[in-house]
Design a binder for this molecule. Structure first.
Ligand code: SAH
Length: 469
């Protein structure tokens, strides 16, 4: 089993510092299932390559299998000695553990940033095919060459084997690259050859870091990595979803619902995520109200602005947020730069704070505050009420916020639904606030629920519909 890592970052021999292995030495590391060797086939200042060679001892591996003796020949005669399986992933993690942590006292700056890297794995078991190898590595910034290996070169008509030769090239931080390989080699192999303990979720999330959280194939990767336990996979996915939520800043509480079990015998009806239901409910009320000019206050990354624009009933749509980075994401999501003139005139995105009076908030039929009030400090809420109700003063205001009573239904939730929530209201608390705002600002208010209602706890999301009297 062989894996090589090369760099052309000058001086390339610094790779030795980053890997904590001297380029002029050959070093051996004993592994529970064989021997790992690290050596450098080339080490000049222009280009340096480190090779990890793992020799697996099938007898040692079979002995570790545990107490139940399995007399099948398969445990002695197999591909373990030749193919870069999960065992290579394990050895890589062990042999390069310091490099994987990103620590490098003598070259910390180099360890912290991306460098040009090439990684080769000449024989990689990849049951899902070369296309899947591309799908998992490309989003991480790699150029991927994954070529299927023929079953037998002498008999091309037999077709391809389940092995590929893999080459990756890209500008990636070395620690990230090693962690990616540690997770993705066994995932592509689709069979782990060692026991998974209950700390496996932590290990995955540590190695996964932010690259896994943002990966479009994160669900496939997580399920494969924790293939032996559907429940561990669900826990890991829920934690990944929570981490994403904290990163994106949006109230995407889809994250709180544990993903459906892949192995469920009965197909469940597809669950509509709560944020989608919120969008549908608020669009429904806006239609009832006959609003055509709508401002989304605290629009986050623009998902609801997108939904409004998709409906020609809205002639003018605005999105406001205090966060410039959310607005950047929103502008990309709306493809503002590619819109035609007519569409461009319908939409406005701008930065603003909802606790300071702002002329730009005025002149709309309806204002939406979707999952926003709970992000505002309680001591600043009256300022928000003044800005939205007293000053901007649209004909209607739609406020959604979590129903705190419902939180007990989220098995994995500890505390509030989002790390940035300053409070979450019970139905009674929301009702008190709404009635007071309506009374002091000259509006009528009607309270509704969004999402599946629990008889005792109510619906997961509360909605207040304010109409100017
Ligand atoms: N409405 C979106 C986002 C909700 S998250 C949705 O339903 O998914 C809350 C958003 O409110 C964040 O994007 C945050 O930046 C914004 N926000 C919080 N306090 C704000 C304030 N004082 N002024 C403007 N935006 C604010």
């Amino acid at each position: 089993m062989l894996l090589t890592v090369s760099t052309t970052h000058r001086p390339a021999r610094d790779l030795g510092y980053l890997l904590h292995k001297h380029p002029d030495r050959v070093q051996r590391f004993s592994q529970p299932f064989g021997t790992a060797t690290v050596l450098y086939p080339e080490a000049t200042d222009e280009r340096c390559t480190a090779a990890l060679v793992l020799e697996v001892d099938p007898l040692q591996l079979a002995r570790r299998r545990g107490r139940t003796p399995d007399f099948s020949l398969g445990q002695y005669v197999n591909d373990r000695s030749y193919a870069a399986s999960s065992l290579l992933g394990v050895s890589l993690a062990d042999v390069f553990s310091t490099a994987r942590s990103g620590r490098c006292d003598s070259r910390q700056e180099l360890a912290d940033g991306p460098i040009p890297l090439e990684i080769e794995v000449p024989v990689l078991p990849c049951r899902a095919g070369p296309e899947q190898a591309r799908r998992v590595f490309e989003p991480l910034g790699w150029e991927v060459v994954a070529e299927p290996l023929a079953l037998d070169e002498r008999f091309p008509e037999w077709g391809d084997s389940r092995y590929v030769s893999l080459r990756l090239a890209g500008e990636v931080r070395l620690a990230d690259a090693l962690n990616q390989l540690h997770v993705l080699l066994p995932v592509l192999d689709e069979s782990k050859h060692y026991w998974q303990g209950s700390d496996e979720v932590d290990k995955l999330l540590r190695s996964g870091g932010s690259w896994l959280t943002a990966h479009p194939e994160r669900e496939w990767i997580t399920r494969r990595y924790l293939a032996r336990s559907a429940s561990l996979a669900r826990i890991a996915l829920a934690r990944i979803a929570l981490a994403r939520l904290a990163e994106l800043g949006d109230d995407d509480d889809e994250a709180l619902e544990p993903p459906e079990a892949e192995d469920a015998t009965q197909p469940e009806p597809a669950r509509v995520p709560l944020n989608r239901r919120r969008h549908e409910a608020v669009l429904g009320v806006l239609r009832e109200l006959g609003a055509s000019r709508v401002i989304d206050l605290g629009c986050g990354s623009g998902a609801f602005v997108r939904a409004l624009l998709d409906d020609p009933a809205y002639s003018e749509v605005a999105g406001v947020d205090v966060s410039a980075s959310s607005l950047d994401v929103a502008a990309r999501r709306l493809r503002l730069d590619t819109l035609g003139d007519r569409q461009r005139e319908r939409v406005r995105l701008f930065q603003g704070a909802l606790t300071y009076r702002d002329e730009r908030f005025a002149g709309y039929d309806a204002a939406v505050l979707m999952e926003v009030v709970e992000h505002v400090d309680p001591s600043r809420l009256s300022a928000l009420v003044d800005v939205v109700f007293a000053h901007a003063r649209p004909a209607s205001v739609l406020v959604t916020t979590p129903n705190a009573e419902y939180n007990v239904r989220y098995e994995l939730l500890r505390g509030r639904r989002h790390p940035d929530h300053r409070f979450e209201w019970t139905r009674a608390e929301f009702s008190t606030w709404c009635r007071e705002v309506a009374a002091t600002q000259g509006y009528d208010v009607e309270l509704r629920g969004i999402g599946d209602e629990d008889v005792e706890l109510g619906a997961p999301t509360q909605l207040g519909v304010f109409r100017r009297g």
